[in-house]
Ligand binder design. Structure first.
Ligand SMILES: Cc1cc2nc3c(=O)[nH]c(=O)nc-3n(C[C@H](O)[C@H](O)[C@H](O)COP(=O)(O)OP(=O)(O)OC[C@H]3O[C@@H](n4cnc5c(N)ncnc54)[C@H](O)[C@@H]3O)c2cc1C
Length: 455
């Protein structure tokens, strides 16, 4: 039997992924009286806040957890945990047969971009590690759970990357190898304190310097120059003077991080070949690069570096969902602003899955902009028909750069589900919630699935 509808609007929308972007769009729809069903593959709806953003960002993490929980607790939002589209429910069936007015993909980017060396993936688990599972392992290290994958924090690792996430990987390695060395001396160091104060200050409290530990430290290998590392963004339309300032600040940021964590950096180096001995990765051959007119140019020069392991941190891409066409490593969006795909006229996409930006604010803003500029009109929720045009033209939605007219012309109008279809969707939702043991109260569920700290 269906629960009485909390909605004041006949539409019902499916949101795939319940984290930053998914919760934002769900809250906006629920605020207009639309019934929203949020399908989330994990028990908790915190996405990359829990499994990406390193756990030393405790304050930010807790703030984002509270924001997401608040949005998904709104009347009219049905949460369906432990339900992966494409695994537990076929995407095509949900999008075409269930009868939803619209489907919103908010599933982020959960796959590592492959290391660009042929056959490299045969060595995953044999010295080659990808960033996403490595950070997930680190983030859950102090919880009393059986990890899906385990990793060792090895000294002298090769980190391939150059973005913020690769610096996080290097910081994890440096902090954990330092902690292990301190533990040998009977000293227990706390990750949060280490991150805030930096390794030298913590060592000094014990009369030690980094050299006393006997660690080599890890090295980040980057294809471009230090000043090209995307650690600070050059604003669109910036003149050369402003751009040069940002480049200089990137070098300063890196210098500060190296001073606190002792990792090394090797710029102008592109991965060329894994060095394998006894079926295990023991190093990498790199090709020297040059930057010409802002582009990376390969040279004839190569060099080899041995290391304890290779950690690849060169970007995250969406996981394929059977039933949704891919173009290369991305979904085959026909509209990159609001994430539309021709095969599913009622589909929109929000957050990292479209923006490709690993940034909380960018994901939230994009979700808000897609709602304001497209979904609201599609579902006929806007009081003022010209609202979308205004939103787009007043610059509120930088992330969505299409013109309102183009969107509105492309959208058409959503079909309103009949009462029977509405009821049958809610029946299916409740059946799935029952199957996964979710009783309908998000706060109680989050308490039930809250990870316990390791004793
Ligand atoms: C190492 C690292 C460090 C970072 N540091 C920062 C930082 O300092 N500051 C910052 O702003 N950002 C940072 N980020 C990025 C930030 O965490 C993300 O960009 C942001 O949280 C993405 O939000 P989202 O909602 O778009 O996607 P996600 O958080 O990825 O949410 C997608 C949701 O969809 C679910 N899902 C996926 N597939 C399916 C499916 N098939 N069916 C059902 N559910 C599914 C997932 O479980 C998840 O809950 C970092 C990321 C990483 C990896």
């Amino acid at each position: 039997m269906s629960a009485p509808s909390l909605s004041t609007n006949p539409h019902v929308v499916a949101v795939i992924g319940g984290a930053t972007a998914g919760a934002e769009v769900a809250a906006r729809l629920a605020g207009k009286g639309v019934r929203v069903v949020v399908f989330e593959m994990n028990p908790r709806p915190f996405g990359k806040i829990e499994d990406g953003l390193p756990r030393w960002h405790e304050g930010l993490r807790n703030k984002e957890y509270a924001t997401i929980t608040g949005k998904l607790s709104l009347p009219g939002v049905d949460f369906v945990p432990n339900t992966k589209l494409g695994r537990d429910i076929p995407f095509e069936e949900l999008a075409r047969d269930w009868g939803f007015s619209a489907v919103v993909l908010a599933n982020g980017a959960w796959r590592d971009r492959g290391l660009p060396i042929e056959g490299a993936d045969a060595y995953v688990g044999k010295g080659l590690i990808y960033q996403n599972p490595f950070i997930i392992y680190f983030n859950h290290l102090e919880e009393d759970i059986e990890p899906a994958e385990t990793f060792e924090f090895l000294d002298d690792a090769i980190v391939v990357g150059g973005g913020l996430a690769s610096i996080d990987v290097a910081k994890v390695l440096m902090m954990e190898t330092t902690r292990a060395k301190l533990r040998e001396r009977g000293i227990e160091a706390n990750v949060l304190e280490l991150e805030v104060k930096g390794i030298p200050k913590i060592l000094a409290q014990h009369g030690l310097v980094f050299e006393d530990l006997g660690l080599k430290g890890c090295t980040i290998f980057y294809r471009r120059r230090v000043e090209d590392m995307p650690l600070a963004e050059i604003p669109e339309g910036a003149d050369e003077k402003r751009a040069a300032k940002v480049r200089a600040s990137r070098a300063k940021l890196l210098d500060k991080a190296q001073g606190k964590f002792f990792f090394k950096m090797e710029p102008l180096s592109a991965p060329d070949e894994l060095i394998v001995e006894d079926d295990r990765v023991v190093g990498m051959r790199f090709r020297r690069t040059e930057i010409e007119g802002g582009r990376v140019k390969m040279t004839d020069e190569t060099y080899e570096r041995r290391g304890s392991c290779v950690i690849s941190s060169i970007g995250s891409i969406p996981e394929a969902i059977p039933g949704i066409e891919m173009k290369g490593e991305l979904f085959a969006f026909t509209d990159w602003d609001i994430g539309r795909i021709d095969a599913y006229p009622n589909l929109f996409s929000v957050g990292n899955v479209v923006t490709g930006k690993g940034n909380i604010v960018a994901s939230r803003k994009h979700a808000a902009a897609v709602y304001d500029a497209a979904l609201e009109s599609y579902l006929g929720l806007s009081e003022d028909g010209h609202q979308a045009e205004a939103i787009l033209s007043d610059g509120m939605s930088e992330a969505v750069s299409v013109t309102a007219n183009a969107i509105l012309a492309a959208l058409g109008e959503a079909d309103t589900p009949s009462k029977d279809v509405f009821a049958s969707i809610l029946d299916k939702v409740q059946a799935r919630q029952k199957e996964v043991g979710y009783g309908g109260d998000l706060a109680a569920w989050l308490e039930q699935v809250k990870p316990k700290e390791r004793a």
